[in-house]
Write a protein that binds this ligand. Sequence first.
Ligand code: GLU
Length: 427
Amino acid sequence: MPTMELPIPKIEGAACFDAESCFFQSVAQKISFIDENLLKVLNSFRRQISLDIPLRKDDGTLITIKAYRVQHNNARGPYKGGFRIHQAVTLEEVQMLANLMTWKGAVVNIPYGGAKGGISIDPRTLTKTELERLVRAFTYQLGDNIGPHTDIPAPDVNTNSQTMAWVYDEYSKSHSTDALGVVTGKPIGLGGSEGREEATGRGVMYTLREIAKDLKLDLSQTKILIEGFGNVGYHAARLIHDELGGKIIGVSTSKGGIYNPKGIDVKAAHDYYAKYNSLKGFPNADFMSPREFLFADCDIMIPSALEGSIDNEVADKTKAQILIEGANGPITASANEILLDKRRVVAPGILANAGGVVVSYFEWVQNLQQFYWTHEEVNNKLERIIVDAYVKVRDLSRAKKISLRQAAYTIGLERVAQACILRGTGF
Ligand code: GLU
């Protein structure tokens, strides 16, 4: 593969608390109309909800579980963002993810602010009935802090359309109304949108397609490695193969990855994983630990699991020339610097994984107008939004000789700052 030609400078001020705030600070300082006070506003949270949820287990015992909803900024519209259920959830993590949602919505220019939620438990330790009670209790305890014009949750790590159906039902019952627009990512047949489930992976695929066009890459000849085989990684792998003819040489889960430089049959791997709950033993492929997998030979890497998996060592050793963030915050701030020093192309998640929230927006619009679109209409509209956003980010990156990430943050931040200024103080 040719060396990439996109100009990539170093990020300044790398001593920040986490990657997201580091990227934010370095860009915010350069925008002339963001003064010290506005910076404080953008750096703070409008509301942070911290809950202890009592959960009655099936065996009659009672446990309490920590949960959070952080609403970062709503200058551009109602708060929007998913919620996850994972044992590693903390308030700090949810803050970082809420921040990302603000910039993500602004980069793709949809009328939302940013929020995120999290419930701190390993969902595999719960039965389905326990999980349902937990999600209903979370929804109930959030009360009026969510709503179709207030804050609209959606799926994220370990949450799916069934989870969203429970949120819709619980919120509607507890508010004596029918509020389809309170949550997105619902099942089709219960107000969900065609194309929502695959939307994040589809957005990743469009981003890769546009980068490949710019760099004149033949994707059938490039080795593509995908970390994470959940909703994002699986659909990205499938669509990159089926619609772009890309060669997927490895996919991984939290238990390990499979690798074959000649290519992996993504659909077969998905069926295998559904049957055995592990990729171990998948035919004609090497099985690797999740960590080892990240060092496997490839041209393009798509981290689509949790934040922080691409650290300094991975950044240093990976041969990937292009990295596309399918997950939120998978590349640490210092790893990002290493990659930029090595002139690698990094597509930031606030652009590359925005497909999910874009189709969430379509779902919400369809719910409010009670008029539904075909899968093709959804895909066409999604493609237009992602390609337009990519072109704007890429053009700014070229014009200012800054990285794609800095360009995306600049566009997002400018839009949010403008909205704050137009609305007046308090945002
Ligand atoms: N959880 C997804 C994200 O991080 C989707 C959010 C949404 O649809 O509101 O972008």
